[in-house]
Design a protein around this ligand. Structure first.
Ligand code: SAM
Length: 318
């Protein structure tokens, strides 16, 4: 029962991410036309530095994701691990950038909630149906499977179970594959996240893994972040976070990835298209520039590649 309570707190974190994204998009930081169907109300105000942090996170991850889709010309699959209520499918469908198939994985109860939203809201279901060719669309309470989009309930700490479920829904290990984890690995033990990262390196010969999470947690600011995380998720009590950008890269290199990069979000922010950064910086007055810097220095994007097909994946960067 204790483990279940802990997992419940982890599952609830997807609502935090979604409400923060909902607020930032309502202010105009970026556009997301499907988010409103997952959280109707905009909710309480978030501080400007939080909105800018989410802007950097979403734009940073999308930049690498879109670069991968371009490099593979869509001849690829994407697996979003711990996707929560992520709306990438609808963005890519709208922009005509869909991979062959996009897989999402999360706990079965989170998946069931997401599928319920899709079932009851035509603006969410129509784009899925529009790119589906046969009449075999599977839409059950805990699984959605269509030609281009699949949502699976699974525990990422059970790697054999995950592998089996993905293959049941036509995962193709031969296809270039992008794996994405956004604020997810931090909820697992180092051994569990390593075995997931290791499974990915073993399963796909041509792949990229993008991971976004906390970093540089050993200073005072980092300690406060950890205490806040632990207060919300007692499961994190014993978790060791990757301490540095080097340890982020090491996790991938030790697990069989050929090449790895890591940047803190301060660096990512400086590499984003600066005309758009200038636009969002005018949206809200930011009093405490230092607070934003500190926040951005404590998150990072790490990306790793393997490239047997020599597509040039190691060149993908900001
Ligand atoms: N990636 C989404 C985003 O950025 O909007 C959601 C992030 S949320 C902070 C973390 C998500 O990871 C939650 O939806 C949670 O249920 C999922 N998650 C964490 N541990 C998991 C596990 N062991 N198996 C499946 N999902 C997990």
């Amino acid at each position: 029962a204790d483990a279940d309570t802990a997992d419940e707190a982890v599952r609830a974190t997807c609502d935090d991410a979604t409400t923060c994204k909902r607020f930032a998009t309502s202010k105009g930081y970026w556009k997301d036309s499907s988010l409103q169907y997952f959280v109707r109300s905009v909710g309480e105000r978030k501080a400007p530095e939080i909105n800018r942090g989410y802007y950097a996170r979403v734009q940073g991850v999308n930049l690498l994701l879109d670069a991968f889709l371009k490099k593979t010309q869509g001849h690829c699959q994407v697996i979003n691990l711990g996707a929560g209520l992520d709306t990438t499918f609808w963005r890519l469908q709208e922009e005509n950038l869909l991979p062959r198939k996009l897989f999402e994985v999360d706990f079965p109860t989170v998946v069931a909630r997401k599928i319920h939203h899709i079932k009851t809201k035509p603006p969410l279901s129509k784009p899925i149906i529009d790119v589906h060719s046969t009449d075999s669309l599977l839409l059950e309470s805990h699984v959605l499977d269509s030609d281009r989009f699949c949502i699976i309930g699974a525990d990422l700490r059970d790697v054999p179970g995950l592998d089996e479920k993905l293959r049941r829904f036509q995962l193709d290990p031969e296809l270039p594959t992008l794996l994405l984890s956004e604020c997810v690995l931090v909820y697992m033990s180092p051994a569990q996240s390593s075995s997931l990262v290791h499974w990915a390196a073993q399963t796909f010969h041509t792949a990229m893994f993008i991971n976004y999470e906390q970093v540089n947690m050993s200073d005072r600011f980092g300690q406060v972040m950890i205490e806040n995380l632990q207060r919300r998720c007692c499961a994190l009590a014993g978790v060791e976070l990757c301490q540095s950008l080097d340890s982020q890269k090491e996790r991938f290199l030790r697990a069989g990835w050929d090449q790895a990069n890591a940047l803190d979000m301060m660096a990512v922010y400086s590499f984003l298209p600066q005309d758009d950064v200038a636009r969002i910086e005018r949206l809200e007055f930011l009093d405490e520039k230092e607070l934003l810097q500190q926040l951005l220095q404590h998150y990072c994007i790490c990306w790793a590649t393997k490239d047997r097909l020599n597509l040039g994946l190691s060149q993908l960067a900001f």
